[in-house]
Write a protein that binds this ligand. Structure first.
Ligand code: NOJ
Length: 567
């Protein structure tokens, strides 16, 4: 990765982000390790909404198994399956009752083993979600904690504290829950327990060795069943300031204010000991396995998670939240590439997931629109759906040309939009209630996938799906797009097929100056990616077009991207 930084400075007038990188990272991941994750494409499966094989309106493991050939044909290297554990599904499965089993609505442990085996048979890896910050309130440990007395070992697995005020009627401090409202809930004997998410997701106490040992065992359990990696939920939490001080800092951890280890419950320095412990377990398993952190931290703190004895990768949410605009995109990419290189990891790129508005819609809203509140506040005509899809396709081609790995979210290969107008009565996400109906929540990106053109469920399953699908899903289905020239599905397939030949031979990227509003870079193979953010059509670099998001016979129009092999 030499020279690209200076090339960036020479060729661009846009400022390069200059916040210092951590210097305490002397070692690097061995660049020649036989690692699949360094440039793998991982496809995120949200089990409830992927495919329903048993006809109950909810997706399941047999549904996923039956579609593995589709994913193979799409060209992904791995699937990441969101929580599949027994759960009341108050938070879509991120409220786990048993970390060593499968929710009966999704299938059985035998189904999970068969799914892993089938995926391996098709040369795809399987990454699963681990949710270590909290359990479900229906987890046997939490039930035991409620049944036990204050001060008992059962309560010590969670964070129970006395309240403030004369009779302990005030919460222990002012911490808030991410989904809205206070972060504490009182139990009948007067104590309060901490829940940084929904009140049905009590936080575990990671100072307790029993908690640490339990998760060691959970990692080993799934490694023994053949999984290839773990996505660690809320990796920036786990440990808390043991004095439980009131919160003074903004809890917007991606704000321009850098959040430091001073925060009492996010991104604390002492959480890294836990990560190192997990890493040793992975390293000892003797297979090429990985873990990726869901760490919503400020850019200057992210490399700390990527030290050689910690996570292999972290999601790069800076790229996801970047607006469709040249300078911002350049800065986000530039920064992420440098950060990963500084610690010997590779960057990860993602544009959509189960927590955010789908990028085909996000990019159709004017820059600066709050896409979390817009579905309620409107106005509806702010959304330019066509521009959104155009930009989403260009952003995807850009992402797949970058060094590192890419995480795709199910349905983005179909160009699915956010179903932002779901009626309130079907909303399931706790964000809707907990925000006091100020935000509709995340259901709009979780609507079951359309596989075929026909109702009732567009091939999702035999029953009415758990969330209603809009009419537009038929035309966006796999059946409608497979083999259709110019379809989003075919564009993804072409890009994924070409990516390994042109974008993975090494991890270098050299910026090119092709004019204002044009983002262009060359990869080590010589292939060039060009993205036109400007309003006018530009000339293509000479060479052979590998993949394009649109017809480029007369040049590269606005909001389009192309890969070219100079010749
Ligand atoms: C992050 C997950 O992606 C999200 O869906 C979940 O609600 C929270 N963590 C809490 O587990």
């Amino acid at each position: 990765m030499t020279g690209w930084r200076s090339a960036a400075n020479r060729l661009h007038t846009v400022p390069v982000t200059d916040a210092p990188l951590p210097t305490n990272t002397p070692e690097t991941h061995a660049g020649d390790e036989p690692t699949w994750w360094r440039h793998g494409v991982v496809y995120q499966v949200y089990p409830r909404s992927f495919a329903d094989a048993n006809g109950d309106g909810i997706g399941d493991l047999e549904g996923i198994r039956s579609r593995l050939p589709y994913l193979r044909e799409l060209g992904v290297d791995a699937i990441w399956i969101c929580p599949w554990y027994p759960s009341p599904l108050n938070d879509g499965g991120y409220d786990v009752v048993d970390y060593r089993d499968i929710d009966p609505r999704f299938g059985t442990l035998a189904d999970a083993e068969a799914l892993i085996a089938d995926a391996h048979g098709l040369d795809m890896r399987v990454v699963i979600d681990i949710v270590p910050n909290h359990t479900s309130s229906e987890h046997p440990w939490f039930r035991a904690a409620l049944a036990a007395a204050p001060g008992s070992p059962e309560r010590a697995r969670y964070i129970f504290r006395e309240g403030k005020g004369e009779n302990g009627e005030e919460p222990p401090n002012n911490w808030l829950a991410v989904f809205g409202g206070p972060g504490w809930r009182r139990v009948p004997d007067g104590q309060w327990y901490l829940h940084l998410f929904d009140s049905t997701q009590p936080d575990l106490d990671w100072t307790n060795e029993e908690v640490r040992a339990e998760f060691d065992d959970i990692f080993r359990y799934w490694l023994d069943r053949g999984v290839d990696g773990f996505r660690i939920d809320v990796a920036h939490s786990l440990t808390k300031d043991q004095t439980f001080p009131d919160l003074e800092l903004s809890d917007d951890i991606l704000s321009s204010e850098p959040v430091t280890a001073r925060h009492p419950h996010w991104d604390r320095d002492d959480l890294h000991d836990i990560v190192r412990r997990w890493r040793r377990i992975l390293d000892d398993c003797g297979r090429d396995v990985m873990m990726v952190a869901e760490a919503w931290v400020s850019p200057e703190r992210l490399p700390l998670y990527l030290r050689p004895d910690e996570y292999h990768q972290s999601f790069n949410f800076g790229f996801l939240v970047t607006p469709w605009e040249h300078d911002s995109a350049f800065a986000a990419i530039d920064r992420a590439v440098r950060e990963a290189a500084a610690v010997g990891s590779t960057p990860t790129w993602t544009l959509s997931n189960h927590d955010v508005m789908r990028h085909a819609s996000r990019y159709g809203l004017p820059i600066g629109t709050n896409w979390r509140t817009w579905p309620l506040t409107g106005p509806a005509d702010l959304l330019d759906a066509q521009a959104g899809l155009r930009r989403a396709r260009a952003a995807t081609l850009l992402m797949l040309a970058l060094p590192g790995s890419a995480y795709l979210y199910q349905g983005e290969e179909l160009g699915l939009p956010e179903v932002w107008d779901l009626p309130p009565e079907v909303l399931d996400d706790p964000v809707w209630e907990n925000s006091g109906h100020a935000q509709k929540g995340r259901d709009g990106c979780r609507v079951p996938l359309p596989w075929t053109v026909d109702r009732p469920s567009f091939g999702f399953g035999d029953a009415e799906p758990w969330l209603p699908q809009p009419d537009s899903f038929g035309g966006l289905s796999v059946e409608a797009q497979r083999g259709a020239p110019g379809s989003t599905l075919e564009m993804y397939r072409a890009a994924l097929a070409e990516r390994s030949a042109h974008m993975c031979s090494d991890e270098t990227l050299a910026w090119l100056d092709l004019g204002d509003d044009v983002l262009a870079f060359r990869r080590g193979s010589g292939a060039v990616c060009v993205v036109n953010f400007g309003p006018t059509t530009i000339e293509l670099p000479a060479g052979q077009v590998i993949v394009a998001t649109t017809d480029v016979s007369d040049g590269l129009p606005t909001d389009a991207a192309v890969w070219v092999l100079p010749g």
